[in-house]
Design a binder for this molecule. Structure first.
Ligand code: ATP
Length: 506
């Protein structure tokens, strides 16, 4: 068999956890192998070993049949292995060409920029990437930045490409494009390992799928013969429900009332324009929109992370527009942020410190300026248990070392445990496995049923349609329309997201 990669009995331990417990996987030439596993299953660790970022504690790696030791990413590169990480590693004020050649300059020689530029143009054409080599990274979309990362691998002649949850940051349109790009790469003789939680994507592009649970390989299946439900079940070890069950909603009083809000964005123009929205107790309002249409600025304005130019942000009858972030939290706002590293966690703090981040001065967690360590520990353990947050050292784990999905579950748990009146849930299930998504969805519905106001922002249309009672659509910073969730469908919302108002749809 023509294997380009064979990883045999790979073992990697971290304090308190065996991340890879004798894992064996192999990649055939010209195939897409999906790696599926719940949050913290050990997928990123395994790929970090293949890419030379971690040294395994045991096992062997063969590339094209030859046993190798991969000490660092440079060596991985020399063996033809490239990786697109979850968080891109690009310099924002450099051009695309400069970013691609960065770190690949020939030793002692001056780099020929125009030659590099030509090579980038021809690669971009060959793989249909549509990249402008002279544009600066700061001016291009997230989807385009990912293409630059792909080009970086191709420029270095990589033939084994690792994609770590590549679609988590993409819009639905960009996802369709990426799937096409992956097929092109395979047609040109590349081989791909794809880490993803999205079963539909696996079904769409992958040939085989290796399922990992708690550091061990459970099975490898031929994707064309496997159903989504079977793959999900192998992954979490139980049946998973794909549909969200929720009863009738009983909206109560108005909790959040935003009126005529204007907010300037980072490009110094109005990103939110004369925007009004309300959320009542006992309902989930879904805010739908193509990424970058003002939803980030709106949420930042409500939480106080970003200043508002004018308008009213009323919570329980009090205008919060001039209040600090902390005052807004104390007034009853919880926020599951879009960017968990920037606004969600202090990565060098322990999990327990992060679980009381916003409430550390409350009488429960401190007395006369001294921390109530027992209470903090008890609280952290409760969140960990309730939200099944998995990590090596429990409450003492440094959050930087946790898997992305487990970081996310910890934030969602912390915010729900704050018992807010208004829960702002922004991309609450980004990077989560299907089992965790099912759980978080149930908890959000529980919040609504217990009389909380929930504002859900998501790029996943399915999630908006499944969870929301009302759906509000934002386009170019403006309110395009509002519909009852039970009277609408993907098509109608899709058109509104593209800027077509309800009455203009025929
Ligand atoms: N540098 C590290 N130090 C300590 N523990 C680590 C480190 N890297 C990973 N771990 C632990 O190893 C386990 C596997 O993590 P890994 O990131 O490989 O999971 P994953 O399958 O990629 O999860 P996700 O889908 O959530 O990204 C987790 O429990 C994580 O906390």
């Amino acid at each position: 068999m023509d294997y380009v990669i064979e990883m045999e009995k790979i073992r990697k331990e971290f304090p308190g956890i065996i991340a890879n417990d004798d894992i064996s996987i192999n990649l055939k030439k010209g195939e897409i192998l999906a790696l599926l596993g719940e949050n913290g299953a050990g997928k990123s660790t395994l790929m970090s070993i293949l890419f030379g970022l971690y040294k395994p504690d045991g096992g062997h790696i063969k590339v094209n049949g030859e046993e190798v030791t991969i000490q660092n990413p440079n060596q991985a590169g020399e063996l033809g292995i490239g990786m697109v990480h979850q968080h891109f590693k690009l310099v924002h004020n450099f051009t695309i060409t400069e970013n691609i050649i960065l770190g690949n300059e020939p030793k002692g020689l001056k780099i020929d920029l125009s030659e590099a530029r030509n090579k980038i143009i021809s690669l971009s054409e060959k793989y249909n990437l549509n990249v402008d080599p002279d544009e600066k990274i700061e001016n291009v979309s997230v989807g385009m930045q990912q293409r630059v990362e792909i080009l970086k691998m191709l420029y270095r002649d990589a033939h084994i490409l690792i994609f770590d949850e590549p679609t988590a940051v993409l819009t639905p349109q960009e996802i369709i494009e990426l799937m096409k790009i992956m097929k092109n790469l395979i047609d040109e003789g590349k081989s791909i390992i794809l880490i993803t939680h999205k079963l539909k994507e696996i079904k769409q592009v992958a040939d085989r799928c290796t399922v990992i649970r708690r550091g061990k390989v459970i099975d490898t299946v031929d994707v064309k013969n496997a159903t989504l439900a079977e793959m999900a079940e192998k992954m979490v070890g139980r049946k998973v429900s794909f549909s969200v069950e929720k009863g009738e909603f009983n909206p109560g009083r108005e909790i959040l009332k935003v009126q005529n809000l204007n907010v300037i964005n980072s490009r110094k123009i109005l990103g939110v324009k004369d925007f009004s929205i309300n959320v009542r107790a006992g309902e989930i309002v879904g805010l739908a929109g193509v990424d970058g249409n003002g939803q980030t600025e709106l949420i930042e304005a409500i939480t106080g992370i970003r200043k508002s130019e004018s308008g009213i942000i009323d919570l329980n009858g009090n205008n919060l527009i001039d209040k600090t972030i902390k005052e807004r939290i104390d007034a009853g706002i919880s926020h599951i942020p879009e960017d968990r590293h920037k606004h969600g966690l202090v990565l060098d703090y322990s999990l327990e410190e992060n679980m009381v981040l916003e409430k550390v001065d409350s009488s429960r967690f401190s007395t006369n300026g001294f921390l109530n360590k027992d209470e903090i520990r008890k609280h952290a353990l409760k969140v960990i248990e309730d939200f099944d947050v998995r990590s090596g050292r429990g409450p003492l784990t440094v959050t930087r070392s946790m898997s992305g999905g487990n970081q996310q579950k910890a934030i969602v748990g912390r915010e729900i445990f704050q018992d807010p009146d208004l829960l702002l849930a922004v991309q609450p299930t980004r990077g989560l496995d299907v089992g965790s998504i099912e759980y978080i969805h149930k908890r959000l519905i529980e919040q609504r049923d217990s009389g909380k106001a929930v504002l859900l922002v998501s790029l996943e249309l399915d999630e908006i349609l499944d969870l929301s009672d009302r759906i509000v659509v934002i386009n170019n910073g403006e309110l395009i329309g509002e519909v009852d969730a039970k009277d609408t469908n993907e098509n109608q919302i899709g058109l509104m997201m593209a800027g077509v108002k309800e009455g203009e749809q025929s």
